[in-house]
Design a protein around this ligand. Structure first.
Ligand SMILES: NC(=O)NC1NC(=O)NC1=O
Length: 174
């Protein structure tokens, strides 16, 4: 997809196309549509990052709360978004044995009780073992450090989802 094609999208089509680059947060593409015309893909990414990092702490925590648990209830009931399903599946979260599943569930619960938002990590960039290790390690952070750490992961997920959409056409000029 060429940048000119992205810049020519109506607001409605832009939000339809990029509505889930941040999980269940169409407000983010809706907000950055105002910055058209974009120079290139990196420019869109930079605006998304800037918007997310500029949110107040409550907004950042709200964005985190829009994420499903890894190997959690949505995965079990088949209600994950298409993107999350694919990411969790690639990281091996869909094929945990019952001991691994119980371990993830108890760590996720402990994390949510401690911080008030779910553990978020870019599943596409981490193996199953990395995810479990980081979930245990990050439990030691204080809330402010962890909020920023988790938001950094949201921006990584966002960049990969954005690239997936925009670069899916081989003819791309972005
Ligand atoms: N909780 C959490 O990290 N969720 C996710 N991570 C990711 O890469 N996709 C998700 O849905």
């Amino acid at each position: 997809m060429e940048i000119n094609a992205v810049n020519a999208l109506t607001y409605e089509d832009f939000v339809k196309l990029f509505g889930n680059v941040v999980e269940k947060c169409p407000l983010i593409p809706a907000a950055i549509w105002s910055y058209r015309p974009f120079k290139d893909l990196a420019d869109i990414e930079a605006h998304m990052r800037e918007f997310i990092h500029g949110l107040p702490d409550s907004g950042k925590e709200g964005v985190l709360r829009c994420h499903p648990d890894l190997a959690g209830r949505d995965l079990q009931s088949g209600t994950l978004t298409r993107e999350s399903q694919e990411e969790q599946s690639r990281a091996g979260m869909t094929t945990l044995d019952s001991a691994e599943s119980l371990h993830m569930s108890s760590l996720n619960t402990e994390y949510k009780e401690r911080f008030g938002f779910p553990f978020v990590i870019c599943a596409r960039l981490n193996s199953k073992a990395d995810i479990v290790r980081q979930l245990s390690e990050r439990l030691n952070n204080d809330r402010a450090t962890e909020r920023e750490r988790a938001i950094e992961e949201v921006t990584k997920i966002c960049s990969l989802r954005l690239r997936n959409i925009v670069l899916s056409d081989i003819q791309t000029k972005l």
